[in-house]
Write a protein that binds this ligand. Structure first.
Ligand SMILES: C[S@@+](CC[C@H](N)C(=O)[O-])C[C@H]1O[C@@H](n2cnc3c(N)ncnc32)[C@H](O)[C@@H]1O
Length: 240
């Protein structure tokens, strides 16, 4: 599965349509805005720090991260990197594999969004252990996952709903994996609480007035797990 995932993003056509697909519809827009705000909030750091983003894709977060410190972007797909390098010609980018990370430097922050959810538990653990090797002691990792929430489990059982290319984890699944990969101080936030609703339709009926309201509501619900579709996690590399 993870091999297919990595191969998939090497395709030029996938790279060219990536942004429009992710930003399609109200749900896409709100989710992207939330992800952006969470990455920004959780990486609020002084400029001297070293930042590594793994799986930069088309660079949705890279520009913001590059403005916050000494930035390196990594991706397995040359095609994705070509695109992101055009937005950030002065930043450092490397081709690499999160499952076989070969970096000499160590970083204060590692950010990887919409990547680990594509891995089963064994590979997710390997990815986290690899990240641990390139994080400084006390440094932090920020990543997101698809939440194995009650709502998602019920929906999946009834309708077989959901991507077959991703795995779902809940806080408990992840906590032991994170700990055994050498991280602690785990903070978890919850996003995408309204994924079950036909938001696009409701928004149309309400004359496109829903985006701001949903976003504000999502921010208020960031500690509420049961219906959320996405987990945002921040953890710290142990000092000893
Ligand atoms: C779903 S996209 C997410 C891109 C970006 N983080 C975002 O949120 O828009 C996944 C990205 O991870 C990259 N990727 C896939 N497998 C990888 C691997 N094993 N190591 C590093 N990057 C990988 C893909 O090429 C793609 O750019």
């Amino acid at each position: 599965m993870s091999r297919n995932f990595s191969e998939y993003y090497k395709n030029r056509g996938v790279v060219d349509t990536y942004d429009s697909q992710r930003l399609g519809g109200l749900k896409g827009k709100v989710t992207r805005k939330l992800e952006y705000v969470f990455v920004d909030m959780l990486t609020e750091i002084p400029k001297k720090q070293k930042i590594l983003e793994i799986g930069v894709g088309t660079g949705f977060f890279s520009k913001m991260l590059a403005a916050k410190g000494n930035f390196t972007g990594l991706d397995i797909s040359e095609e994705m990197l070509k695109k992101t390098k055009r937005i950030l010609p002065k930043s450092k980018f490397v081709t690499g594999n999160i499952l076989d990370l070969r970096l000499k430097d160590k970083y204060d922050k590692v950010i990887t969004i919409r990547v680990i959810s594509h891995f089963d538990k064994t590979k997710a653990g390997l990815a986290l252990k690899n990240i641990n090797k390139v994080v400084k002691k006390g440094g932090e990792v920020i990543f997101n996952l698809e939440n194995r929430s009650i709502a998602r489990r019920i929906l999946r059982k009834i309708t077989n709903w959901g991507s077959t290319y991703t795995y779902q984890y809940n806080k408990r699944d992840m906590q032991s994996l994170i700990k055994s990969s050498g991280f602690d101080n785990v903070k978890v936030f919850y996003l995408d609480h309204f994924f079950i609703l036909p938001l696009h339709l409701i928004n149309k009926l309400l004359f496109n007035s829903l985006e701001e309201a949903i976003f504000n509501l999502e921010m208020r619900l960031k500690h509420f797990a049961p219906f959320s579709n996405t987990l945002f996690i921040k953890c710290r590399k142990q000092y000893s």
